[in-house]
Design a protein around this ligand. Structure first.
Ligand code: PLP
Length: 395
């Protein structure tokens, strides 16, 4: 059996999304900026996609800016709010310690440019509260930027409450909603969101297409200079096939949101219940407020990388929170941020599900993971020390 359980990394494209793209490669292939008929047909399709995407998140079409994906949208949202604040003498930004690197690394760059960043603590419940945000807001705060749902551990943040706090304080609010859009119901107006990032390949659309939603009138900073595309805020000929695929995938995800949520949540709960039976493990993430599809565990006495390789050999495709693949020996900043010590954080496993997963696949994972964990523990000197009482168990 082969089980793809890495949907937080990327998803398989839906048939509807693939079909929606095809005509824009060789039939309606004009440049939307061209004045001739094929160009105008492409322009019409582009604006239609914009309106449909806007409908899915509750904003106006003119508030949608197409980008190359979630990372670009995060970068542009944060820099826009930062530079807008700086023009008014405000250079303080609030975020969390468990953001995606697209956010954290942008904030690090801004710190070097003289901005001050407060990262909210996420140790309590592996989440933050709106109260923490309110207490951190200062006179000179120019932006609150928090992830909507965390990509490694699945915590779902109290976005509507944070939106209310930001609105009361008059502070712009950005959310990286890349893991949430198409998976949970989102309405940017009701949740008082000024800036939101989304990415097509996290909801069964194509790679390389995303959106920055910016509330009407919000002054955006260009990351890419050039032509007048996207109301002059994002130059470059539009990736029309990908945008059409993104619109189709999002509409499909939103139309089936409740059914998919119900199905994926049931699979996830079964997975969590089964994995929790493994001795000396702990689930990561807020136990009560979660994205439907993301499951993260730490197993004491093993290395996440070895676990992944053995699972791969059994046809289970998952991910670990640790960053060894990227050449660093440090464990995931997210797992450290929620308070896992290095040894424990190294033994992490993330399984991220979609509605394409089946109950049989969950059964197979639940049969395989405990076996592989035992196998690795039996070979581990750390596990032997734990068993002999030379080391103390943490979990
Ligand atoms: C995947 C992801 C991103 C990056 O999106 P890309 O489209 O791959 O650039 C940003 N934030 C979160 C939370 C993500 O999961």
């Amino acid at each position: 059996m082969q089980v793809y359980a890495d949907n937080a990394a990327t998803t398989k494209m839906s048939k509807a999304a693939i079909e929606a793209m095809l005509p824009y490669f060789d039939k309606t292939y004009g440049n939307p900026s061209s004045l001739h008929t094929p160009g105008q047909e492409a322009k019409e399709a582009l604006e239609d996609a914009r309106a449909r995407i806007a409908g899915c998140i509750g904003c106006e079409p003119r508030e949608i800016y197409f980008t190359s994906g979630g990372s670009e949208a995060d970068n542009q949202a944060i820099r826009s709010a930062a530079y807008y604040g700086a023009r008014k003498g405000k250079k303080h930004i609030i975020s969390t310690a468990f953001e995606h690197h697209a956010v954290l690394h942008t904030l690090e760059k801004l710190e070097k440019e003289g901005f001050e960043v407060t990262l909210l603590d996420v140790k309590t419940n592996h989440n933050i509260t709106a109260r923490q945000v309110r207490d951190a807001i200062r006179e000179d705060t120019c932006l609150v930027s928090v992830v909507y749902g965390n990509n490694e551990i699945g915590s779902l943040l109290p976005i509507a409450e944070i939106g209310e706090v930001c609105k009361q304080a008059g502070v712009p609010f950005h959310t990286d909603a890349v893991q949430a859009v198409g998976h949970v119901a989102i309405n940017v107006k009701q949740e008082n969101i000024d800036l939101l990032s989304l990415s097509a390949h996290k909801f069964h659309g194509p790679r390389g297409a995303g959106v920055l939603y910016a509330r009407r009138g919000f002054p955006l900073t260009n990351l890419i200079e050039g032509g007048a595309q996207e109301r002059g805020k994002r130059a470059g000929t539009e990736n029309l096939p990908a945008i059409m695929g993104m619109a189709a995938a999002l509409e499909e995800a939103c139309a089936n949101l409740e059914d998919n949520q119900k199905k994926v949540t049931a699979l996830r709960d079964k997975l969590v219940a089964g994995l929790s039976k493994i001795p000396h493990c702990a689930m990561n993430g807020d136990p009560d407020h979660r994205l439907p599809g993301i499951v993260s565990f730490c197993f004491e006495g093993i290395e996440g990388e070895s676990l992944l390789l053995l699972l791969d050999a059994q046809g289970i495709y998952a991910s670990s929170g640790s960053a060894c693949t990227s050449g660093s020996l440090d464990p995931s900043h997210v797992l450290l941020a929620i308070g896992r010590v290095h040894d424990v954080a190294h033994g992490s496993l993330r399984l991220s599900l979609s509605h394409y997963n089946t109950e049989e696949e969950i059964d197979y994972i639940l049969e395989t993971v405990p076996q592989v964990v035992s196998l690795l523990r039996n070979m581990s000197p750390v596990w032997r020390d734990l068993q002999n009482g030379v080391r103390q168990y943490i979990l």
